[in-house]
Design a protein around this ligand. Structure first.
Ligand code: AMP
Length: 407
């Protein structure tokens, strides 16, 4: 069997998986692992193989050390590069800017283009690049592929992609809606026509990626026409710890009245807001427990979350004109029956006939939760970004081999 090593390299962590690209969304990877607290005195490397979890606590001075040690651990468990046929390394890259609408075989020129995009994602792209450089050095004979979180939204029509902001400033500083979670929206939206036995070229859909981060997308005939995240992943839906859309005037107000710095405000809006900023917790299972105990803040946070979600669903129904399917995915979307029910409550006059019983069925499988006669189908489709990255990387690697670039 052949596997793709999927790497998601952050500033202080590296997540990795060995994924069979022919697997289904709910299959476990052969190996999953995490290198934590890179650059700090107390680090750890964990790998999970066949239900067994092994953790090694040690100082991880940099990404290179962490990845090498992770590979050693995998070798120790006979699932490393010596024992497993790795056909590609797929790198999750957060920002592809306007440069990338497709996954790319990584060569030096692609690395420097990702570097050029650092101003658009100053926290993420440098860490992604670290991972790419280190992994290319350790595994030079395997094709490395960059898969961009923004790529699926690179085709947004100008009216959806551009803000009503001074165009000179916008073009000088590359200000536009890029969108994120693109790999997940694409992965899920490609499954929907298959599940419904519809022609993807004639399917209008809304996908709702509701995890700790959350975003919505409107997709017409396979192509995204709008999405809720913007220049950064802070925009759109209220999320676990992020505000989602707020009046930008709030930032001026905080600078002038509270004397806050830009870094303070960045932290406030990204890490201390959203559901957590109101209810004190961001995991929806704990939020529900607090609601059930009568916690009013938890109830308010939940209602703000649902209100914002319904706003986006409504506006995308109008943008699409006709909607064939609305799909829930990611941690909250796949598991929280109340969120799904409240998001689509009382919308039968818009052709959404939600089936309460079907909604309550617990399953890992993709499924339809609207009635058989509902004009708009409602679905739950598990996402798997690592599998999506593995599939894309395997494809690009096969092309690179056909072109004689790799053995
Ligand atoms: P993700 O970012 O897709 O991994 O989603 C993570 C979030 O999903 C967690 O923070 C929880 O809020 C939520 N979640 C996971 N499992 C459940 C569940 N069984 N019920 C409700 N929410 C869940």
């Amino acid at each position: 069997m052949s596997y793709v090593l999927v790497l998601n390299s952050g500033s202080s962590s590296i997540k990795f998986q060995l994924v069979d690209p022919t697997a289904t969304a709910t299959d476990d990877p052969l190996v999953s692992g995490l290198v934590e607290q890179v650059g700090e005195p107390s680090g750890a490397i964990t790998i999970k193989v066949g239900g067994e979890k092994v953790t090694e606590e040690l100082e991880v001075p940099d990404h290179s050390f962490g990845l090498k040690r992770a590979f050693d651990l995998m070798d120790d468990h006979q699932v490393g590069t010596k024992d497993v046929d790795i056909i590609a390394v797929g790198h999750r890259v957060v920002h592809g800017g306007r440069l990338f609408s497709e996954p790319q075989l990584i060569e030096d020129q692609i690395e420097s283009m990702i570097e050029d995009l650092i101003p658009l994602a100053p926290l993420h792209n440098p860490a992604n690049l670290d991972g790419i450089r280190v992994a290319r050095k350790i595994l030079p004979d395997i094709p490395h592929v960059a898969v961009f979180d923004t790529a699926f939204f690179n085709t947004l029509p100008p009216a959806a992609a551009l803000y009503a902001i001074n165009s000179e400033v916008a073009s000088k500083y590359d200000i536009r809606r890029y969108g994120f979670h693109g790999t997940s929206h694409e992965f899920v939206s490609q499954q929907v026509p298959k599940i419904l036995d519809r022609d993807p070229e004639h399917t209008h859909q809304i996908t709702l990626h509701l995890g700790n981060g959350a975003s919505a997308a409107a997709i017409r005939n396979g192509r995204a026409i709008d999405t809720s995240m913007g220049l950064t992943p802070l925009a759109g839906l209220a999320m676990g710890t992020r505000t989602g859309d707020i009046d930008p005037g709030i930032i001026f107000h905080l600078v002038r009245q509270a004397g806050m710095s830009i870094d303070d405000i960045d932290k406030l809006l990204n890490k201390q807001s959203g559901v957590k900023g109101i209810a004190g917790v961001n995991d929806f299972r704990t939020l529900r427990e607090h609601i059930d105990k009568g916690d009013e803040d938890a109830w308010l946070a939940y209602n703000i979350y649902i209100h914002q979600l319904r706003r986006f669903i409504g506006s995308y129904m109008i943008a699409l004109g006709r909607v064939d399917a609305i799909t829930f995915t990611a941690g909250v979307g796949e598991n929280d029956t109340e969120v799904r029910q409240d998001a689509l409550y009382n919308l039968d006059m818009y052709g959404i006939d939600f089936d309460k019983e079907r909604n309550l069925v617990r399953s890992d499988e993709p499924r339809v939760i609207s009635t058989d006669d509902s004009p708009v189908k409602v679905l739950v489709v598990p996402t798997n970004e690592e599998l999506a990255i593995a599939q894309k990387s395997a494809e690009v690697a096969a092309q690179a081999r056909e072109a004689g670039l790799f053995k």
